[in-house]
Design a protein around this ligand. Structure first.
Ligand SMILES: [Zn+2]
Length: 183
């Protein structure tokens, strides 16, 4: 029986050994906002991540997780400093390991995931892969935006045009009355 998720939400924690033995496929979505390390790198936590993960056992009896992750992430354009939507796709090819020796023996194409139990945190795997897939510099397409301040400045917004609300004589009066007070 293939493993079927009851809902479209990607589960956070799964029994990875069981899913590998079942050669299960787990697909679902999650909100960018539940991934704090990722959303901290973004302009906003808006957006959905779609993930599809296939568990298995290879001919070396290694437990593997292969999959694809897609998201549209809100970043800051490094040209105009406004928000830009960046589509990000990550493919992953992981092997579950329980020791550093197992990790060292993996072929190049498999990335190790060091396990502490049978449970695997899918949200942190998705977050890690998206962090690696983020572009270093996000911008709108060439010619579609301009750096801020390239237009004509509005003199009404000049700081010197805004009067100070505080009255200096009131401050002086307060100082004088404090000095007069005798204990
Ligand atoms: Zn821009």
């Amino acid at each position: 029986m293939p493993y079927r998720m009851p809902s479209q939400m990607l589960p956070q924690s799964v029994d990875a050994l069981k899913l590998c033995q079942q050669r299960a496929r787990v697909a679902g979505s999650l909100s960018v906002s539940v991934l704090p390390r990722l959303s901290g790198q973004l302009q906003s936590g808006e957006g959905e991540v779609e993930a599809e993960l296939v568990f298995g056992v290879d001919e070396q009896s290694r437990k593997t997780v292969a999959g694809k992750i897609q998201a549209v992430l809100s970043m800051q354009c490094q040209r105009c400093l406004e928000r830009v939507e960046i589509p990000v796709t990550a493919t992953l090819s992981l092997a579950l390991v329980w020791t550093d020796e197992q990790a060292a023996q993996l072929p190049r194409q498999l990335d190790p995931v060091l396990m502490e139990s049978q449970q695997l945190d899918l949200h942190s795997i998705v977050e890690e892969e998206l962090l690696l897939a983020l572009p270093l510099v996000a911008t709108h397409s060439e010619g579609s935006c301009e750096p801020p301040g390239s237009g004509i400045a509005n003199p009404a917004l000049d700081e010197t045009a805004v009067g100070r609300k505080e009255n200096p004589f009131q401050v002086l009066a307060a100082l004088k009355s404090a000095g007069k007070r005798d204990d």
